[in-house]
Design a protein around this ligand. Structure first.
Ligand SMILES: [Zn+2]
Length: 64
C-alpha cells in the first residue's frame, strides 16, 4: 500500500516511493524552492514564480 504525501510547496500529492521525490517534497525542484523561498521573500517575489528568479538583474531594477 502506497504512502501518499502532500507536498507543502506545490500542494501535489505524491508517493514517497517515487524516484522523483525529495522527502519531504515531491521533487528536487520543490526542495530547492523551499530552500530559496526565504530569498524570494527578501526580493518580494512569489514562491511559485520560479522563472522570475532567473531573470537578469534588469528585472529587479525595473521593478524595485
Ligand atoms: Zn512539490
Amino acid at each position: 500500500m502506497k504512502n501518499l504525501m502532500k507536498c507543502f510547496i506545490c500542494g501535489n500529492t505524491f508517493s514517497e516511493n517515487s524516484p522523483e521525490a525529495a522527502m519531504p517534497f515531491c521533487s528536487q525542484q520543490c526542495k530547492l524552492l523551499d530552500a530559496g523561498r526565504w530569498l524570494d521573500e527578501e526580493y518580494g517575489l512569489p514562491i511559485e514564480n520560479e522563472e522570475s528568479i532567473q531573470q537578469p538583474e534588469e528585472f529587479f531594477e525595473n521593478h524595485s
